[in-house]
Write a protein that binds this ligand. Structure first.
Ligand SMILES: Cc1cc2nc3c(=O)[nH]c(=O)nc-3n(C[C@H](O)[C@H](O)[C@H](O)COP(=O)(O)OP(=O)(O)OC[C@H]3O[C@@H](n4cnc5c(N)ncnc54)[C@H](O)[C@@H]3O)c2cc1C
Length: 409
């Protein structure tokens, strides 16, 4: 694995650093004010549209997509760039059209969409004209085992008819969310693994009702468009809205989840970098018992451990990204799982330590730390809970042959 970045990546990194510093970080406070002035608004504050226009002009757009329609970067090349966008998780990724869940949805449309689907949904998403959501999780079943997903997608003439309930559909409440990718059962009698399919459902289809948004540790996530609980009451869409092969919904979703998980990890690394920058700045400035906190050995140990653990976590992410590029997402699944467990855990601890160094301020709205904490915490559950990733890793480990055999007796 090569640790030097190519001139192309170094150039993008420099441009992106400047853009984040000069435009995105100063926009955070403005975004908060704009949201506060419109308490019923679900969606990006207006400043985000300005950032998007500027990022597009500067060629900092769709960096996540390895294909021609995107920036053409490998996963390894994208990693340091995604990390920078993660410094400002609420508005950074969207400024560059690199925000979940749309990036995963665009990847699916890119891989599996028909020409018509690409024209109708992929092109405007790539242009950042509207948003989309992904609806897999259901309140009534343990959705970490996707086999349990039970929303019914019944064939009726030339249509699909959807009946069931989803929740945690991130971005569903946004005023500009136009389409949901919905996973459900099309073939209940088929063997396990061939029962589920994904269909595209325009958000204004009759019978689709968003009943509420769930909060995350008390945050409403209005920037993000909340997390929709959605009732599908005989929602009718044409059969042409099937995304990917019928009965292969899991395989299709997997194509989205692999890159999605590692992209989450990349952004989390940036969030932890911000927490370290904040904690060191605070420790230098805050004086207790006659000297700066930074002079205390326990504080120094905390800062040093944060750096050690974050750099180790980053290496795991880079290795997963490298294997995805070289051997494909399937071959990299264990590297992705390992990163998906280690990174949120590590970042959560670093943010927690930063909160401790800040004292009361660290838990208040005066720092971004509670936002970063919520991001790290929810990613121990979203896109597969830690336990499920550990289960896959343990299975691989039990099946593995050691390089050398023990010699006894
Ligand atoms: C902020 C946020 C955003 C999300 N966004 C989306 C989205 O956009 N679209 C979407 O479809 N979903 C989304 N989700 C849902 C998320 O993917 C699910 O919550 C997750 O897959 C777990 O499913 P579940 O909640 O049904 O938990 P369950 O399946 O009920 O599992 C509960 C717990 O059981 C434990 N567990 C499960 N299996 C095992 C095992 N084999 N061994 C040991 N322990 C186990 C784990 O600790 C797990 O957390 C989001 C969730 C959050 C919090």
């Amino acid at each position: 694995m090569e640790f030097e970045y190519s001139p192309k990546v170094l150039e993008l990194q420099a441009k992106l650093t400047e853009f984040m510093q000069e435009r995105v970080l100063p926009a955070e406070a403005i975004a908060e004010e704009q949201l506060a002035s419109k308490p019923d608004h679900w969606g990006a504050p207006p400043i985000v549209a300005d950032l998007k226009a500027a990022a597009k002009r500067e060629g900092l757009w769709n960096l996540f997509l390895p294909a021609r329609e995107g920036a053409g970067l490998t996963n390894l090349e994208y990693a340091p760039l995604a990390e920078l966008t993660g410094w400002s998780p609420l508005i950074g990724p969207e400024a560059f059209n690199c925000n979940p869940p749309d990036i995963g949805n665009m990847e699916l449309l890119h891989l599996y969409g028909t020409d018509d689907q690409k024209r109708e949904w992929l092109e405007p998403l790539l242009a950042g004209e509207f948003r989309s959501c992904f609806s897999m999780t259901e309140p009534d079943v343990a959705s970490s085992d996707a086999n349990n997903v039970r929303l019914e997608i019944a064939e009726d003439g030339d249509d699909w008819v959807l009946t069931g309930r989803k929740w945690w559909s991130t971005a569903a409440l946004r005023d500009d969310c136009r389409v949901a990718m919905v996973m459900g059962v099309t073939d209940p009698d088929a063997p396990v693994g061939s029962r589920h399919s994904i269909v595209l459902v325009p958000m204004d289809t009759p019978g689709l009702t968003i009943v509420r948004s769930t909060t995350v540790l008390g945050f409403t996530d209005r920037h993000e468009g909340g997390h929709g609980e959605i009732v599908f009451d005989k929602v009718r869409v044409p059969q042409a809205n099937l995304l990917g092969p019928r009965g292969k919904g899991f395989a299709v979703a997997q194509a989205r989840l692999g890159p999605g998980r590692i992209h989450h990890c990349m952004r989390l690394i940036g969030m932890a970098e911000r927490a370290i920058a904040l904690m060191t700045e605070r420790a230098r400035a805050r004086v207790a018992f006659g000297r700066p906190l930074a002079d205390e050995g326990v504080v120094q140990a905390t800062v040093a451990d944060a750096r050690i653990h974050l750099d180790a976590a980053r290496l795991l992410v880079l290795r997963a990204a490298w294997r995805m590029d070289v051997e494909g997402t399937k071959a990299a699944r264990h590297d992705i799982a390992a990163a998906k467990v280690m990174v949120p855990l590590t970042v959560k601890q670093i943010v927690d330590d930063a909160m401790q160094i800040f004292g009361g301020a660290g838990l208040s709205q005066d720092t971004i730390l509670p936002v970063l904490y919520a991001q790290a915490r929810f990613l121990q559950i979203a896109d597969g809970p830690d336990q499920v990733h550990r289960r896959s890793l343990a299975r691989a480990e039990f099946a593995a042959t050691p390089v050398l055999k023990e010699v006894r007796g």
